[in-house]
Design a protein around this ligand. Structure first.
Ligand SMILES: [Fe+2]
Length: 254
C-alpha cells in the first residue's frame, strides 16, 4: 500500500474511533438523563472513610504511647485531606442542588443536619492532628473523630442518599461528580483514585471504575495502584502492613 493511502486509511480509522466514542458518550448521557441518580460512587467514598477510620483506630491502639510511625502519619494526612475535600464538595455543590428540589420541611431538615454534622468535624480533625504531629497519645481524639464521622456517614446514607436518588437524575449526579473532579489538580485526582480504590469492596470498586475510560483503568491497574501500595500507608516503620484487611486490588473488568 502506498504511504498516502496508508495515511488516509489510518486517518479514517482514527476519525471513526473518535466518532464512536462521541456516540457512546451521547448514548450514556441520554440514559443518565432518564434514570434516577446511582449513588454507588458515594458509597465507595464512604467505604474508604470507614476503612481509614478503622486503620486510624488500630494505629492509635497499637501506638498507645503516642509516637506514630511515618506510614501512619501519611495515612492520616491523606484521610484528613479526603474528608475535608468531600465535605466541602457536598456543602458547596451538592446540598444546594438537592435542596432546590425538596418541598418537604422534614427532608430539608435532614439536609440541614448534614451541614451541622460537617461543621463539628474540623475540631475533631484538629485534635487528632495535634496528637499525631506532637507524638501525644491519640486514642481519645481518634475515638471521638471516628464516632462522629461514622455516625454522620450512617445518617447520610439512611436519610439523604434516598433523597438524592428520588430527586436528582443520574445526569445531575454525574454533573456533581464532574464538578468535583475538575476542582482538583491532576495530581490530587490520581491520589483520590488510588485512595478510594484501595482494598475497596468489589461493588464499590465497580462503581468507581465504571466512571473511568478503559485506558484510564489500565493506567490505574499498572501504575497508580502499585505506586500507592508501595507507600504502605497505615503500616509501621519496618514496612510490615498492619492493615485491618488484607491488601488486594479490585477485580473489576477493564
Ligand atoms: Fe458523603
Amino acid at each position: 500500500m502506498r504511504t498516502t493511502t496508508r495515511v488516509a486509511v489510518a486517518g479514517g480509522a482514527a476519525m471513526g474511533a473518535i466518532g464512536a466514542a462521541a456516540g457512546r458518550r451521547r448514548r450514556r448521557r441520554a440514559a443518565q438523563v432518564q434514570r434516577p441518580a446511582r449513588t454507588g460512587f458515594m458509597l465507595a467514598m464512604h467505604g474508604a472513610f470507614r476503612r481509614d477510620l478503622a486503620a486510624l483506630r488500630d494505629a492509635a491502639a497499637r501506638h498507645a504511647d503516642g509516637a506514630q510511625p511515618d506510614g501512619v502519619r501519611e495515612g492520616w494526612e491523606l484521610l484528613r485531606h479526603q474528608l475535608e475535600v468531600h465535605h466541602v464538595a457536598e456543602d458547596r455543590d451538592l446540598w444546594p442542588v438537592l435542596c432546590d428540589r425538596l418541598t418537604s420541611e422534614a427532608d430539608l431538615a435532614e439536609v440541614a443536619a448534614m451541614v451541622v454534622e460537617h461543621a463539628r468535624i474540623p475540631a475533631a480533625l484538629d485534635a487528632v492532628d495535634a496528637a499525631v504531629r506532637t507524638g501525644r497519645p491519640a486514642r481519645g481524639a481518634v475515638d471521638e473523630l471516628a464516632s462522629l464521622v461514622e455516625a454522620h456517614l450512617d445518617h447520610e446514607e439512611r436519610a439523604v442518599l434516598p433523597l438524592i436518588q428520588r430527586h436528582l437524575t443520574d445526569a445531575e449526579w454525574h454533573d456533581w461528580l464532574e464538578t468535583e473532579r475538575r476542582a482538583q489538580p491532576p495530581r490530587d485526582r490520581v491520589r483520590f483514585l488510588a485512595w478510594v480504590l484501595d482494598r475497596a469492596a468489589p461493588e464499590h470498586a465497580d462503581a468507581v471504575l465504571e466512571e473511568i475510560p478503559r485506558p484510564g483503568r489500565f493506567v490505574y491497574r499498572h501504575a497508580i495502584a502499585p505506586r500507592h501500595e508501595a507507600r504502605h500507608l497505615w503500616s509501621d516503620d519496618d514496612g510490615r502492613a498492619h492493615a485491618v484487611r488484607p491488601r488486594h486490588r479490585p477485580v473489576s473488568p477493564g
